[in-house]
Design a protein. Structure first.
Length: 228
């Protein structure tokens, strides 16, 4: 098992709250928690290894053209301007982290997110928008985003760079960092701290389970997976 697989195994049962505690135990109180405005489309929990991409506003004007010409132009745009090179080099367990520079577009949608899941991506985080949300939710694709946007990419945003540091909700994310996301939001653990953070995150998870199990027993409740 390589380092990446070890980390995925180590974090697979940890909640965002546990990881937050693990960061605190490493004196990282100020860091790691992505701003609460970035929320899940639906409640789920995902653990993965960050893969980063940055998109920036499109600087050029959209030329005047007929609808038929526009169809051809859009095809060119997605090939040459706003493309997703990360689709060509996905490693199973990647958590796709997208900085879209505040542009109001649905850079993630029902098609490209599902294609990434097929190839091994476990989830997506963007500081921008997602569209086709009914289908994204129906397909069970985990997405955490700042907002929902109806707008397509063309004429608005372009690809800039892959595997670079990005600022997501006040946290610098690097390719290779550990990302945990659930109903509480998103937390990012710098790769160099990942093992120490996990150590104390498991400590706090164990304590939480033990305490809640006692209360379950006092209430006469059947024990579930969150307390055993």
């Amino acid at each position: 098992m390589d380092d990446r697989d070890q980390l995925l195994e180590l974090y697979k049962d940890l909640r965002v709250a546990d990881v937050r505690d693990g960061m605190d135990w490493n004196m990282m109180h100020h860091y790691g928690s992505v701003h609460y405005e970035i929320r899940p489309l639906f409640r789920t929990r995902v653990v993965g290894i960050a893969r980063t991409a940055r998109y920036v506003p499109y600087e050029e004007a959209v030329p005047k053209m007929t609808s038929e010409e526009y169809t051809k132009w859009v095809k060119w745009y997605y090939k040459e301007v706003c493309y997703d090179p990360w689709h060509k080099s996905i490693t199973k367990g990647d958590f796709m982290i997208i900085d879209q520079s505040g542009v109001d577009v649905g850079i993630l949608g029902s098609n490209n997110t599902l294609a990434g899941i097929r190839d091994g991506i476990v989830g997506y985080v963007t500081n921008g928008g997602v569209r086709d949300t009914d289908e994204v939710i129906m397909q069970g694709v985990p997405v955490w985003s700042k907002f929902v946007s109806q707008k397509m990419d063309q004429g608005r945003i372009r690809f800039d760079s892959l595997d670079v540091p990005v600022n997501i909700g006040g946290v610098v994310v690097n390719t290779g960092d550990v990302v945990v996301a659930d109903g509480d939001g998103v937390i990012v653990v710098p790769r160099k701290l990942a093992y120490e953070v996990a150590k104390y995150a498991h400590q706090e998870l164990k304590n939480d389970k033990a305490g809640r199990r006692k209360i379950y027993e006092q209430l006469g409740w059947e024990l579930d997976s969150t307390v055993v």
